[in-house]
Design a binder for this molecule. Structure first.
Ligand code: HSE
Length: 329
């Protein structure tokens, strides 16, 4: 874990009774930037309701939308474990009591940063409940630790965009160095989640740990081209740069109908198409919502014809990250 040096005090006058937070799903890798790029979307996302209670400690009241897959034990649940860690580093673990309701609005193991959205929602919520003693930058190492607890690897390409919003570059993983990149206003993601389970751990184990120099040259050309395209608002450059010659050829075999879905998306006018995170969700990157909508609808139709159920989401890039929601709305 990145060493966390926290020199913050909680002002007990600022503590709230309860907060409700939404944190967004994310598309890690952004097709060509394995483990270093990612962006947030407006939907789906997860929600945390957090209540201050008299008895010190952190407890999970309930989890909805997980089909019973996530632990209610506060030491084993990633969200509560991260909240406990933060309270402990703030020196208030023995004095503050909180209870958590986690509401999952997205599938687990979808490649949409499901665990990251929950972790970020939980950490943003405890910080808000305590009167926001930490900046987002200070919350980031706790989010990365949550990712490590959830999937055994502390890659930040889901938690960084989920917390910071927009498109993020993880320039350094060991010593965290996160760079926010510009977001062209018409950039949309058409996401399709085919209902097959691809755990991140399995999808990572498949990948070879050596690459050919000629492939690496193509890939870093693409990453550099994508970054330039984001700065220049150049959708054609973004599209032709979002190509993955390193990871996609291996992971695509885990995703049924991958190449047919790609053909459909590109035929509909998508700028690019690829795997979201470690899959099985796929993403059609589009200029404007219309192309993304048509591409996801046609892909869904194709999957149905093969008797594969799917969810679809169409979203602009989410630029704000987590947000406070009205508690009673
Ligand atoms: N960069 C990670 C991977 C993201 O592709 O394995 C996991 O969601």
């Amino acid at each position: 874990m990145n060493e966390i040096k926290l020199d913050k005090k909680v002002n007990f006058d600022n503590i709230k009774d309860k907060v409700r937070v939404f944190a967004p799903a994310t598309v890690a890798n952004m097709i060509c930037g394995f483990d270093i790029l990612g962006f947030a979307v407006n939907e789906p996302g997860d929600e945390v309701k957090m209540y201050r209670v008299a008895e010190p400690g952190v407890r999970i009241r309930s989890i909805a939308g997980d089909d019973g897959r996530l632990p209610l034990d506060a030491d084993r649940n990633t969200v509560s474990a991260c909240v406990k860690m933060l309270l402990s580093d703030l020196g208030v673990a023995d004095t503050i009591g909180v209870e958590i309701e986690l509401i999952k609005h997205m599938p687990i193991g979808s490649g949409l940063g499901s665990s990251s959205a929950s972790t970020v929602a939980g950490l943003y919520a405890i910080n808000a409940l305590l009167g926001a003693p930490l900046t987002k930058e200070e919350l980031m190492p706790y989010c990365v630790e949550g990712e490590r607890l959830a999937c055994g690897h502390g890659h930040a390409d889901n938690v960084a965009p989920a917390l910071m919003g927009g498109v993020t570059l993880i320039r350094g993983q060991e010593a965290l160095d996160i760079v926010k990149l510009p977001v062209p206003g018409e950039l949309y993601a058409g996401i399709v989640f085919p209902q097959v389970d691809v755990p991140t751990r399995d999808a990572r184990q498949l990948i070879k740990d050596k690459v050919l120099l000629k492939d690496a040259v193509v890939q870093w050309g693409n990453i550099a081209g994508l970054i330039a395209g984001l700065f220049q608002n150049d959708y054609d450059l973004i599209g032709r740069s979002m190509q993955d010659v390193l990871i996609e050829p291996t992971r695509a075999i885990l995703i049924p109908e991958f190449y047919e879905m790609k053909r459909i998306a590109l035929e509909c006018g998508a700028l690019s198409f690829g795997i979201s995170g470690s899959g099985p969700s796929v993403v059609a990157i589009s200029r404007g919502a219309d192309i993304a909508r048509v591409a996801t609808a046609k892909i869904k139709e194709h999957l149905s014809s093969k008797e594969i159920d799917s969810y679809q989401y169409v979203s602009a890039v989410n630029v704000e990250g987590p947000r406070l929601l009205d508690f009673d709305a």
